[in-house]
Ligand binder design. Sequence first.
Ligand code: KG4
Ligand code: ZN
Length: 333
Amino acid sequence: MRARAGQGRLEKILGIETSCDETAAAVVADGRTILSNVVASQVKLHAPYGGVFPELASRQHMRDIVPVVRQALADAESDWQGLSAIAVTYGPGLPGALLIGVNMAKGLSLATGLPLVGVSHLEGHLYSTWLDGEPTFPYLALIVSGGHTELVYVTDHGQVKVLGATRDDAAGEAFDKAARLLGLGYPGGPAIETAAKDGDPSALRLPVAVTESPFDFSFSGLKTALVRALERGYRSADLAAAFQLAVVRALVGGLERAMATHPAAELHLVGGVSANQALRAAAARLGLPLRCPAPALCTDNGAMIAAAGYWARRRGRESNLELEVEPGLGFPE
Ligand code: KG4
Ligand code: ZN
């Protein structure tokens, strides 16, 4: 029997996410209410490498995906008949990692008759702010994570204009590389943020890169500057504080320039780096209402995928068993 979203019934969607180093599944009702949110993090597995090791990630997703999905259903006290659809991340991300989630979702769709909806990891992050609020369009959002640094203008559901992106390293990647240089461990973002608390950012000045487009970012020069400063013998805490300040200035500068040309009702910060308090504080000073997800929803999770799947289905998106992974995917309509 094919389960369908009936009249007056909550639309419960199972969201599956395996694009990077988190195996995640969640059940969300009507794109808003989280009924369960299970995340098996691989952070410890990748820590010795100072970054995500793709082959290891795929193998761990294989081990974790079935128990994680089972747990998400159990926590939501739902059976398959209680669901309306299965949403899954099909890009962007690591090809081998994405494949585990997509194949799982396809198998489940085939076995249960539930419709399948493919979701972009980026629109997933964007919808993390819809899980505990009712945003007002239009808004400017920064998607800042280990793999992404996108500045986008969102005028409606499915209407996302990418204004700018990083020319080299992603913001989170920059934090991870800097932490490795400073011997602070992985993941680098939280490590730098903690170290920076005891540091004086004005002890040295790190450059904020200028890019051709006012909405693009570049972090590789900053990394080189950090290497030089390290050789000059600055304190680790001061280096961490100056580095964090330079990244925050670059990101918030992009938002500020975008505000001048794109009328916005709100600002959103999403993705792993949006957990950074210095970034939040600087963005809050720009003068528009600021929306950031709860800490557990900043990093990769299945709930944001289920929420994005809900809104995509309302616009008529439906995938089928031919859904293929798209490692370079952007924002589907
Ligand atoms: O969204 P996410 O879990 O995974 C990707 O899609 O990449 O983001 C992980 C990234 C890592 O690079 C991590 O260092 C960074 O987010 N991050 C932070 C903080 N917490 C996590 N960066 C800066 N400050 C933080 N507090
Ligand atoms: Zn992510």
